[in-house]
Design a protein around this ligand. Structure first.
Ligand code: SME
Length: 185
């Protein structure tokens, strides 16, 4: 009979010695980390403008594929309505004022829906900001149930915005909406 203690190492282990090993690794992704960081910043920001500046910087610095990050806000009282570029990080864009009937930005603001474009070269609505941009996400910001602006992110990578990114960017837009409501801005 084989001794349990003196198994020769060149022989395969008998079945009775093999146990299933499961590793309990905490599944914390980059998105989870940045989401927690942004949620904390939203709580401590004194104003919506402070939050917008911090948010675009953090998203641009920490998310590899978020190569241009900016807010467009509806100009109060403008008729016809127009989106005006606010805080942003990335290359300067020629599109500082966008009417609601133009661009991916106009489409998101006028529909109140998130728009994800995996390949901007195939979307006739797309207004080019940089030749390097391959994909884009635009998420409306709501305050008191109305669209007041949007968070726009461009990527140098095609199809950069998966379902998790969409959920994450919507969370960021929601944080700004809540801050606008709380500060009466
Ligand atoms: N691409 C946007 C315009 C904004 S720039 O990308 C920064 C659009 O199609 O509306």
């Amino acid at each position: 009979m084989e001794s349990d203690r003196l198994l020769p190492i060149h022989r395969p282990l008998p079945k009775k010695h093999v146990r299933e090993v499961r590793f309990l690794v905490p599944v914390t992704t980059r998105l989870d980390e940045v989401r927690a960081e942004i949620t904390a910043i939203a709580e401590s920001s004194a104003s919506a403008n402070d939050l917008m500046r911090s948010m675009v910087k953090l998203l641009h610095d920490k998310m590899l594929k978020y190569n241009w990050v900016g807010f467009y806000m509806l100009e109060p009282g403008a008729q016809p309505p127009v989106l005006v570029l606010g805080a942003f990080e990335g290359a300067m864009t020629p599109h500082t004022r966008i009417p609601l009937n133009q661009g991916i930005c106009g489409a998101a603001a006028s529909s109140g829906q998130t728009v994800v474009v995996d390949d901007v070269s195939k979307d006739s609505r797309y207004l080019a900001c940089s030749l390097e941009t391959k994909s884009e996400i635009v998420v409306p910001v709501f305050a008191h149930g109305k669209v007041v602006g949007e968070l726009d992110i461009d990527s140098h990578f095609p199809a950069a915005f998966a379902a998790q990114d969409q959920d994450f960017v919507q969370h960021c837009a929601m944080l700004l909406g809540k801050k606008l409501e709380a500060t009466g801005a």
